[in-house]
Design a protein around this ligand. Sequence first.
Ligand code: NAD
Ligand code: MG
Length: 378
Amino acid sequence: MTKNISLLGSTGSIGVQTLDVAEMHGIRVSALTANKSVKLIEEQARKFRPDMVAMLDREAALKLKIALSDTDISVYEGEAGIKAAAEYEKSDTVVNAIVGVAGLLPTLSAIKAGKNIALANKETLVAGGSIVTAAAKQYGVKIYPVDSEHSAIFQCLECSQGRFVKKLILTASGGSFFGKTRKELENVTVEQALKHPNWSMGKKITIDSATMMNKGLEVIEASWLFGVPDEKIDVLIHRQSIIHSMVQFDDNAVIAQLGTADMRIPIQYALTYPERLPSPASELDLAEIAELTFSKPDYDTFECLAICREALRKGGLYPAIANAANEAAVQLFLEGKTGFLQIGELVGKAVSDFKGSDSLTLDDIIQADKETRKKILV
Ligand code: NAD
Ligand code: MG
């Protein structure tokens, strides 16, 4: 079980819930990082007393340094500061709760420093799956999934030690616009897109849920985590978000993992594995929920899901490009500069415009990410 963590992205939705779990189980928090939320990270630092805190934003780091000047907590800044937190000698595990591909380099730094990874940052595996999984193998560290679907699959696979897998069944809530037609989606607002039926999450992933890009990213994430190709990963709409995912085995037995829609369950399991400890999350009451429903996803309306599957099949830099285009398009949508349906169009165009490349180094990924964003954010 994890004893000491560096928490990257501590001020976000996953970050805050990770601190709940750490507090409940007396897990030491040695390092915290965030982009620029000075007030919240100051509160967290005063409560958890880490040795170090890092802010990506320089000005925010300066403000935090002044705010924490009465403590002996060191404050660092920029990407170098986040790297230092990822490599911090006292941590045995790095929880990566950063949003976006910005989480890729810190994940690699942590792996190279011999840390186990509790991974919420799915974009890390989408953009750099081959490099990250190879590095984890080389440095002998474990990647524990925090994403609820992947935690569910990880748990389902335990009963066969990962053998005899016929297919993975990733469940999807369908997001805020389930059942809508393209016509109905033409003029939806940011506010409507941010209303997720079951989960309270950061803005980017909530928009990704509304476009179903999130499920597309998760198909790619699952493929890397569990070594399963696209055609063996089904997506199933399950509006209640109670079954977090399932595995079908060769004998057609299906094992599922259920629980309330509370991320503290998968976060905790990633930190306490293989122990199962009391949770701050509430008990599941199936009689109260009464009904669990299932249906097939609508790949035509929610084209991002189909595009991600195509990117996964093509391999190489395609997933990194789909991810970069999506990050840029979601940014434009949140800023009111583009419509909801244009997110899928921009992701689709980036993937179809790309001509492929045999090389897949870290530099290639970073370059492809930059160029794809630049074209969309002009
Ligand atoms: P969030 O926006 O709430 O929080 C993001 C955190 O990352 C914040 O602390 C922010 O300060 C920091 N950050 C932002 N940009 C950064 C950058 N460029 N460099 C370094 N730090 C940066 O996001 P979230 O909803 O907590 O999601 C975090 C990750 O977890 C995402 O990859 C998301 O897909 C995944 N995830 C989230 C949930 C959920 O319930 N929120 C569930 C499953 C997976
Ligand atoms: Mg998920």
